[in-house]
Design a protein around this ligand. Structure first.
Ligand code: CS2
Length: 481
């Protein structure tokens, strides 16, 4: 990497004052929320600078601190690119290095929102039931230790400080791809608070706000070669650029902490955020149509030897497969949001997947499947069963996930499976004596599969796994047509 290049610097000086703490400052939020918030401040003012928090690694801090937390957003469209400098992040804290600084920032009266992108597993809940997992090692530790390690621990301990100081709570704005994410996080926070201080739970229940959100922008992880290519292009060194597609959509339930009145949030409506009364139909649409097919393409595409989503959908058998999934299995399973034509939405999704500028690895999307399958695919399968509709394509996608988490691909090569349940899923697959036994064992993981659904899926999964193993991915998908 060329080290002698000049660094990025802040053009807006001084930096905006902080109004938001964001837990889990990864590429997605930096290419999404941070941009919207920057635009809202430019348009309507307000002190909405973002203090990012990394709950695990110091990497983001170490990359951004030397460049004053300023970075480049590189938008990659099918016909070209644009570069923007993002200046809404004003500091990054590393929680394990200084948990007190994180709690102090979250309890600061100037902070009115704590937003989160900590991924599905960061909420330490049971994906099948949505309840806080009291046996999770981080939660067990956080329930007794006032210095937290988990996101729920930070939220509750910081809310306790605000209550003790006579301050209103902050609005908790979750931006993760979870079903009814606001309600889910509210339930997790209340369960945690109840366990340490029932009065705190009562206060959070009445004063706290947890608006649900639907977030959408495809942002692959930044790779070292992306950093080098950008530096070569601009002549400026940016250690942490983000690369993203042009499309974006943010739908938020307009339900922020009442005590702050008009100052409870940035003027997001002025910059294209949809503020609505009910996010659920948007969230169903996005989780089922985008994330559901993303995961399906990730497992099947990976097993077929495709490195990226764009490469996968360029393969005609996959193009037909994903279009049939939308038409026959996903669109009929839920109510469209008001005024949205789901066929147009599916066409737009296909074009987004095909964008050659976005190199989104199937392996990246395949991560953490145990936390993703329920809201992305299993809900659709269960609704289809109830309606008497068959779901051969989604069943094949779940079968591909089963093969993927066994840790060995169809050619006998090892797979680097990243999942909080990876070891257990691997052990279950290893212990099974045949395909049917493997399916049976994985269906028994009740954090993922409800027993009723597991029983109904069993025969289809056994035959889909058998076909993938015997005939390969291409022939199996052709067989579905
Ligand atoms: C992807 C999402 O990695 C994944 O699991 O499906 O990150 C997806 O790119 C975003 O939700 C798009 O909004």
């Amino acid at each position: 990497m060329p080290a002698d290049l000049p660094c990025l610097f802040r053009k807006i000086d001084p930096a905006p004052k902080a109004g938001i703490v964001h837990l889990g400052l990864g590429a997605f939020f930096r290419a999404f929320g941070a941009l919207y918030i920057q635009e809202a401040m430019a348009r309507s003012g307000g002190d909405w600078g973002i203090i990012g928090v990394s709950l695990k690694s110091p990497r983001m801090h170490d990359q951004l601190a030397p460049q004053d937390f300023v970075y480049t957003a590189q938008e990659l469209g099918p016909d070209g690119e644009t570069l923007r400098q993002v200046e809404s992040v004003v500091d990054v804290l590393v929680a394990p290095e200084n948990p007190e600084a994180v709690l102090a920032a979250m309890a600061d009266p100037a902070i009115r929102i704590v937003s989160l992108t900590v991924t599905e597993k960061g909420y330490c809940h049971d994906p099948a039931t949505g309840r806080l997992n009291l046996e999770h090692p981080d939660i067990r530790a956080d329930l007794v230790n006032p210095v937290p390690v988990s996101a729920p621990g930070y939220l509750v301990r910081a809310l306790a400080r605000r209550k003790a100081a006579g301050l209103p709570p902050f609005t908790v704005l979750t931006c993760d791809n979870l079903p009814e994410n606001g309600r889910l996080v509210r339930g997790i926070v209340l369960e945690f608070a109840q366990a340490i201080d029932p009065d705190l739970a009562v206060w959070i229940e009445s004063e706290g706000r947890f608006p649900a959100t639907m977030v959408d922008r495809i942002v692959p992880a930044t790779k070292p070669e992306d950093v080098d290519a950008l530096a070569a292009k601009t002549g400026v060194m940016d250690a942490a650029p983000v690369l993203h597609e042009p499309f974006r959509q943010w739908v938020i339930e307009d339900d922020f902490v009442v005590a702050y009145g008009a100052d409870a949030r940035p003027d997001l409506g002025a910059v294209g955020v949809e503020l609505v009364a009910n996010v659920t139909p948007y969230e169903h649409m996005k989780l089922r149509m985008l994330n559901g097919t993303h995961s399906s393409l990730a497992y099947l595409g990976y097993l077929a030897g495709h490195e990226t989503i764009a490469e996968t959908v360029a393969d005609p058998v996959f193009e037909r497969f994903v279009k049939a999934l939308w038409r026959a299995e996903i669109i009929p399973s839920f109510q469209a949001p008001p005024g949205v034509d789901l066929t147009n939405y599916a066409d737009a999704l296909f074009a987004r997947y095909a964008n050659p500028g976005i190199r989104h690895r199937t392996w990246q999307i395949a991560m953490d499947g145990s936390q993703k399958l329920p809201q992305r695919i299993l809900g659709t399968l269960s609704d289809n069963l109830a309606a008497g509709r068959s779901s051969p394509g989604l069943t094949t996608a779940v079968a591909a996930w089963m093969i993927y988490v066994s840790g060995t691909d169809l050619g006998g090569r090892p797979i680097d499976v990243r999942d909080p349940l990876a070891e257990r899923l691997h052990a279950l697959s290893e212990a099974a004596k045949d395909t049917a036994g493997g399916v049976e064992a994985l269906l028994g993981v009740t954090e993922i599969f409800e027993p009723g659904l597991a029983g109904a899926l069993r025969p289809g999964l056994i035959s889909a796994c058998g076909s993938l193993r015997e005939n390969g991915v291409q022939a199996t998908l052709e067989g579905l047509e």
